[in-house]
Design a binder for this molecule. Structure first.
Ligand code: PHE
Length: 339
C-alpha cells in the first residue's frame, strides 16, 4: 500500500467513525485514536523527514490537509452533541412526555353530602346550618335531654369552657331553626359532630351526620316513613326499603331506630349486615311535644318528625368501605379513586 492510499484509508475510517459515534466521550476517544501521540498519523508525520525530496511535499501536504479535516469533523460533531444537550435543557422539546398535572377532587364524604342535599332539595327541603361549637342548652336541654341523661356523660361529650361543647349531633340545629322560623319547616342540616369515642372500624371522634326536621299542621309518622323510604330508594336504588325498630330518644316520641335493607344481600343475610339482612342507619321519631314547647310552638296545633343519619356511614355503604378510618387517613392512593 502506498503512503498516499494509507492516508486516504485513515481519513475514510475517521469520517465513518466520527459520524457514527454516539456521544462526547466516544468522540474524545476517536480524537486520541486518529490524532493522538500514538496514532498512525503522528507516526507518519514524524517520518516525513525521511521521505525523498519528491515525495516529502506531496505527502506532507496530504497529511496536513487530512489532519485538519479530521480536526474539523471532530469539531463539528462536538458542536452537534453540545447543541442537542443545550436544546433539551433550555428549549421546549415537544416530543417529551409531559409531567402530569395532579387533579384534585372533592372528598367522597362531601360528594355524598352534596348528593344527599340534592335529593332532599328535590323533595322541597331547605338546607340549614349550625355551629359546631354549641351551648349545652341547644345540644341537650332544649332537646329534652335532662342533666341525668347518659348522653351528657363526660365520656361522650367533648366539653369546652363556659358551658360550651362540641355538638354531639346535628339535632341542636332543629332548635336553632325552630327558634328563628315559624312552621311550615322542612329542612335538613348536614354537619360535623364530635364525640369522645375511641377510634375503631365504626367510630371516630369526628363524624358527619345530617338531620331532617319537618314541622307543620298534620305531620304524621307516615310522612316520616315515606320521606325516609323515598330517600333510601333515591340514594341506594328502588329495591332498598327502610324499616323502624322501637327505640328511645329524649327529643322524639315515639322514637325509632332506622334500618335499611342490606344493599349487598337484599335481606338474605351476609357479612356486611352480620346475617341480619338489615343495616343500621340512624335514629328517628316524632318531635316530642316538650321540644316544640321549648321553642314556643303550640304542640296542640303542630306536629313534626325528625331523623338523623350518618353521612360517613352512607359513604361507606355506597363505596363498600368497611373501616371508617379509611375515609380520613388522607391516603392519596385511596382518595384518587374518587377523582
Ligand atoms: N340525634 C340522634 C343521634 O345523633 C339521631 C336522631 C335525630 C334521632 C333526630 C331522632 C331524631 O343519635
Amino acid at each position: 500500500m502506498t503512503l498516499k492510499s494509507e492516508i486516504e484509508n485513515i481519513l475514510n475510517q475517521a469520517r465513518k467513525d466520527i459520524s457514527s459515534c454516539k456521544n462526547l466521550s466516544d468522540l474524545e476517544n476517536l480524537k486520541v485514536k486518529f490524532l493522538g501521540r500514538k496514532s498512525r498519523f503522528s507516526e507518519l508525520l514524524k517520518r516525513i523527514g525521511k521521505l525523498s525530496s519528491e515525495e516529502r511535499p506531496i505527502i506532507g501536504k496530504l497529511l496536513n490537509k487530512s489532519k485538519s479535516e479530521i480536526e474539523n469533523i471532530i469539531e463539528k460533531r462536538r458542536n452537534s452533541f453540545e447543541n442537542t444537550v443545550n436544546n433539551s435543557e433550555h428549549t421546549f422539546d415537544i416530543t417529551m412526555p409531559g409531567r402530569p398535572i395532579e387533579i384534585g377532587a372533592k372528598h367522597p364524604v362531601f360528594q355524598v353530602w352534596e348528593e344527599i342535599e340534592d335529593i332532599f332539595i328535590s323533595m322541597g327541603f331547605e338546607i340549614a346550618e349550625g355551629p359546631e361549637i354549641e351551648n349545652e342548652y341547644n345540644n341537650f336541654d332544649a332537646l329534652n335531654t335532662p342533666e341525668w341523661h347518659p348522653a351528657r356523660n363526660l365520656q361522650d361529650t367533648l366539653y369546652l369552657k363556659n358551658g360550651m361543647l362540641l355538638r354531639t349531633h346535628t339535632s341542636p340545629v332543629q332548635i336553632r331553626v325552630m327558634k328563628n322560623f315559624k312552621p311550615p319547616i322542612k329542612i335538613i342540616s348536614p354537619g360535623r359532630c364530635y364525640r369522645n369515642d375511641k377510634p375503631d372500624a365504626s367510630h371516630l371522634p369526628v363524624f358527619h351526620q345530617f338531620e331532617a326536621l319537618v314541622v307543620d299542621v298534620g305531620i304524621t309518622f307516615a310522612d316520616l316513613k315515606s320521606t325516609l323510604d323515598s330517600f333510601v330508594k333515591r340514594f341506594f336504588g328502588e329495591k332498598i326499603r327502610s324499616r323502624f325498630r322501637p327505640h328511645f330518644f329524649p327529643f322524639t316520641e315515639p322514637s325509632a331506630e332506622i334500618d335499611m335493607l342490606c344493599i349487598n344481600c337484599h335481606g338474605k343475610g351476609c357479612k356486611l349486615c352480620k346475617n341480619s339482612g338489615w343495616l343500621e342507619m340512624g335514629g328517628a321519631g316524632m318531635v316530642d311535644p316538650a321540644v316544640l314547647e321549648n321553642v314556643k310552638f303550640d304542640s296542640e296545633k303542630y306536629t313534626g318528625f325528625a331523623f338523623g343519619l350518618g353521612i360517613d356511614r352512607i359513604t361507606m355503604l355506597r363505596y363498600g368501605i368497611s373501616d371508617i378510618r379509611t375515609l380520613f387517613k388522607n391516603d392519596l392512593r385511596f382518595l384518587k379513586q374518587f377523582v
